[in-house]
Design a protein around this ligand. Structure first.
Ligand code: GAR
Length: 188
C-alpha cells in the first residue's frame, strides 16, 4: 500500500507511523511522502530526518479547489493509493474525499461521534464526561463523521484539564494509528 501522510503541525502521529514502519510493524505499507499545508510544520523536520520526500502545499489564501488539485497532482505522480490524515487541520471537499473513497483515514482525539472538530479535548472537559480517547476513522464528506475503524479509551480524572487530557490521549493515538494502518493494509 503506497501511503501519503498529510499533516499540519507537530507531526507526532506521522512519527509514530515512521517508527512502526522502521520496526517492521507495517510490512505492507510504504510511506511514500508527506504533504504539509503549513511551512512551519515540524512534521517537515521528521520527514527530512527519515529521508521521506515532503511537499509544502500551502492552503492559506488559496481556493480549496486549487489547494486540493495541487495535492492530487502530487499524489497521482507518486501513485499513492492511501492517505493518512495525521493532525491535518483542513477539511477536504466532497470532490477530494470521493476521489479517494475509503482510502483516507484520520486520527481524532476523542471517542467519536462525541466531540468532533478541532477542540476535542476542551469540549470533553467542558462536557464533564469521565472518559475520552481517540478514534481512527475513514474520512467521508462530514467533519469527523466517517465509519469508525478503531477506538481506544482512557478515564478523565477530576484534576484533568485540556492539556493533561491531550497528554494522556496522545500516546494512545501513537499506537492506534499504526495499528489501524496495519489492519487496513493487511486486508488489501
Ligand atoms: C493529534 O492529537 C490529532 O489527533 C489531532 O491533532 C493532533 C496532531 O498532533 N487531530 C485533530 O484534532 C483532528 N480533528 P500531531 O501533529 O503531533 O500528530
Amino acid at each position: 500500500m503506497k501511503v501519503a501522510v498529510l499533516a499540519s503541525g507537530r507531526g507526532s502521529n506521522f512519527q509514530a507511523i515512521i517508527e512502526a514502519s522502521e520496526n517492521n510493524e507495517l510490512p505492507n505499507v510504504s510511506i511514500e511522502l508527506l504533504i504539509v499545508n503549513k511551512k512551519k510544520a515540524y512534521a517537515i523536520e521528521r520527514a527530512k530526518k527519515h529521508k521521506i520526500p515532503f511537499y509544502l502545499v500551502e492552503s492559506d489564501n488559496k481556493e480549496r479547489k486549487l489547494f486540493e488539485s495541487e495535492m492530487i497532482e502530487i499524489l497521482e505522480k507518486n501513485d499513492v493509493d492511501f492517505i493518512v490524515l495525521a493532525g491535518f487541520m483542513r477539511i477536504l471537499s466532497p470532490l477530494f474525499v470521493n476521489k479517494y473513497n475509503n482510502k483516507i483515514i484520520n486520527i481524532h482525539p476523542s471517542l467519536l461521534p462525541l466531540f468532533p472538530g478541532s477542540h476535542a479535548h476542551k469540549d470533553a472537559i467542558e462536557a464533564g464526561v469521565n472518559e475520552s480517547g481517540c478514534t481512527v476513522h475513514f474520512v467521508d464528506e462530514g467533519v469527523d463523521t466517517g465509519p469508525i475503524i478503531l477506538q481506544e479509551s482512557i478515564s478523565i480524572d477530576k484534576e484533568d484539564n485540556e492539556e493533561t487530557l491531550a497528554e494522556k490521549i496522545l500516546p494512545l493515538e501513537h499506537k492506534l494509528l499504526p495499528k489501524a494502518l496495519n489492519l487496513l493494509s493487511s486486508k488489501n
